[in-house]
Ligand binder design. Structure first.
Ligand SMILES: [Zn+2]
Length: 216
């Protein structure tokens, strides 16, 4: 089974992708993780990627496609993928179709989380990541306290690209680029739209139901 998960940046799709990955034993493929890994390793590609991301722009398709192609060619991942935040435009979607055919696989279903712009801005602006243990908090929705976090608060950091202007730019770009892909998958009858405004557990319940109905 291969799944694609859509949602604007900050819609909580990373969390849902983690839940799906654990419950259905799939490998989560996030282009964000693949890109951050390159940046972390400080490869020449990583340095190039960081410059692009810091401007609030999207990384060129050919870089993304190469990273994805490596994943699909790997037998370890055969028919066990959940894509989080990919494809981001029609070119990437069409490329993914070609890659899936090449490696004798297909897309089982496409899930789309719908959340409005105001809620997303608040979610992202409040997001804090602990640089020591990696836990993620939100100063508005889930603040770090002595009960849920053992590290000193000095380790809590915000991502350099988490400011309102960049968020809005990312949201507009998401809508502009993603709507055509969503329509593309809608025509293929594999799209499932989900209300992303409700609680994480409720959203996951709906998702589980959809995926469960695919397996039978
Ligand atoms: Zn910590």
């Amino acid at each position: 089974m291969n799944i694609i998960l859509f949602g604007p940046p900050g819609a909580g799709k990373g969390t849902q992708a983690d839940n799906i990955s654990k419950s259905f034993n799939l490998y989560k493929i996030s282009t964000g993780d693949l890109l951050r890994n390159e940046i972390y390793k400080k490869t020449s590609l990583g340095i190039k990627i960081k410059t692009i991301i810091d401007k609030g722009s999207f990384v060129p398709d050919e870089i993304i496609n190469d990273l994805i192609s490596k994943i699909l060619a790997d037998k370890k991942f055969y028919n066990r993928l959940i894509f989080d935040g990919y494809p981001r435009n029609l070119v990437q979607a069409e490329n993914l179709d070609i890659l899936f055919k090449k490696y004798n696989q297909n897309i089982s279903c496409v899930l789309c989380l719908n959340v409005d712009k105001k809620k997303i801005i608040k979610r992202i602006l409040g997001r804090q990541i602990c640089s020591k243990c990696g836990l993620i908090f939100n100063e508005f929705f889930r603040p770090a306290t002595s009960n849920n976090h053992a590290c000193d608060s000095k380790f809590l950091v915000k991502r350099s690209d988490d400011n309102e202007e960049t968020i809005l730019k990312r949201y507009e770009t998401y809508i502009e680029k993603t709507l055509p892909i969503i329509n593309y998958y809608k025509k293929l009858n594999i799209l499932h739209e989900i209300d992303g405004k409700t609680e994480i557990d409720q959203i996951f319940e709906k998702i589980s139901h959809i995926i469960g109905s695919l397996e039978t």
